[in-house]
Design a protein around this ligand. Structure first.
Ligand code: G6P
Length: 437
């Protein structure tokens, strides 16, 4: 029996992680073929990754055929799962998303605020194309999308593309669960955090270990600063006792942008001056990672990869594919259609939720109403995401402006225009919808 995976964006420095995941899961998820796909500019990188991957496969003694190609269509032909992990415009584009808003006194981040919106504008048209090709070449395949902003991208695809087998994934819920498990000295599979919200905007309202409610212990540890689930790209700014006690929700690392905006601005301004933006830090990290990958003696995923914010993403992806393939009906946190799980959000909105994973896809588990302190914010974020998707597709200036205006990290009508204009200019090579003649 064959089981084929296509990895779009296979030249990413993260790829050894997902390859390791497939190698380790051979007993339950017997992948026979993996094709790495990249664009011309990524040719050297994808070749390096493929060579390293083949050394990892040989070392593990498993039977997986690993190749790379620039021909996406041939890779998609007959695929069972397609992992999408692309960065349209590369790290240079990310640096604009980080630096331009900050120059105007706004948060400059690749998935939040103005930068996150621009990333969606660049990404959605490309992923729409991939979804169309999947419908033609591998209609039964699931797309597992990591490409940021993962929640927005997933909603755009589910509601506006022809291919409906799309699931968005992120490592944040995974990190929160695993760090909490470590803190409570429990096995991660015994820990359940009840999540509510959207990608990079989820909160945890309850923590259970084997069904026992341990929420109070977790809040206590958070107050004592003993719980840290920040990815490498986010320097934590601790939460105050009043915040934890009043809101009574576990924030995710990205919430600092919304609830601690002035402190983040100060921190980022200093960091960007000292070390460059995160894009520039990652650029240097990538160079040393690829130098390592080229070493013939390297036959496994190097630990240095954990310095990337998205570390452990592959465990999320591989676990998900394994559960779909084996119809495990276990609970995982993914981005999928709301379908009534959160009654205050639109039925067809995409939420990040605990879901039962079946062969037919994820089924979200309802946890009832959104807690009052964050209800308005989550609804506002969802409305903003809808506007982002509308603008990503229409290419209308006014739609883009509306998305900027209602984003809680912009909300200034003059700056919305200034920053939007500057970003549209900086990214013009990657915005076909905004450059129609
Ligand atoms: C986090 C996020 C990912 C994001 C990554 C960036 O973990 O959850 O969505 O891609 O950080 O990490 P980087 O190393 O590129 O800054």
């Amino acid at each position: 029996m064959s089981l084929k995976i296509a990895i779009i964006g296979g030249g990413s420095s993260y790829t050894p992680e997902i390859l390791e995941g497939f190698i380790q899961r051979q007993a339950t998820f017997p992948v026979t073929e993996i094709v790495l796909v990249d664009v011309k500019a990524g040719e050297e990188k994808v070749d390096t990754i493929c060579q390293l991957g083949n050394r990892m496969i040989a070392e593990a003694g498993v039977n997986i055929q690993l190749t790379w190609t620039l021909d996406r269509r041939s890779a998609l032909q007959g695929a069972d799962f397609v992992s999408t992990q692309i960065r349209v415009g590369g790290l240079a584009a990310r640096a604009h998303d980080e630096r331009i808003p900050l120059k105007h006194g706004l948060i400059g981040q690749e998935t939040n605020g103005a930068g996150g919106i621009m990333k969606a504008f660049r990404t959605i048209p490309v992923l729409m194309e991939i979804a169309e090709e999947m419908q033609e070449l591998c209609p039964d395949a699931w797309m597992i999308n990591f490409t940021n902003p993962a929640g927005i991208v997933t909603e755009a695809l589910l509601n506006h593309s022809v291919h409906k087998k799309v699931i968005g994934v992120c490592n944040i819920p995974f990190n929160m669960r695993h760090s909490t498990a470590e803190l409570l000295q429990a096995a991660p599979e015994d820990v359940l955090i009840r999540f509510i919200g959207l990608n990079h905007f989820i909160f945890g309202d309850k923590v259970y270990v084997k069904g026992e409610d341990r929420t109070a212990d977790v809040f206590q540890k958070l107050l004592q600063k003993e719980l840290d689930y920040n990815p490498a790209n986010i320097m934590p700014l601790d939460w105050s006792e009043t915040f934890i006690k009043a809101v009574r929700l576990l924030p995710n690392p990205y919430h600092q942008y919304y609830f601690q905006t002035p402190s983040v601005l100060e921190k980022d301004k200093q960091a960007y001056q000292e070390n460059g933006t995160r894009a520039e830090v990652v650029q240097a990290l990538e160079e040393s990672l690829f130098a390592l990958y080229k070493q013939e003696s390297l036959r496994k995923k190097p630990e240095e990869l954990e310095q990337r914010g998205g570390a452990f993403y592959s465990q999320v992806a591989c676990q998900l594919m394994d559960s779909i393939y084996n119809h495990k009906e276990d609970i995982q946190t993914v981005n999928t259609w709301n379908h009534g799980a959160i009654p205050e959000l639109p039925y067809d909105a995409v939420i990040e939720a605990n879901c039962v994973i079946t062969k037919q896809g994820p089924k979200p588990i309802s946890i009832g109403e959104i807690p009052a302190p964050v209800r308005g914010m989550i609804q506002n974020m969802k409305a903003m995401e809808e506007l982002v998707i509308k603008a990503s597709i229409s290419g209308e200036y006014e739609d883009a402006y509306n998305a900027f205006l209602v984003n809680p990290l912009v909300q200034d009508e003059k700056k919305a225009k200034l920053v939007l204009d500057e970003l549209l200019e900086a990214h013009k090579d990657y915005l076909p919808q905004y450059n129609r003649m």
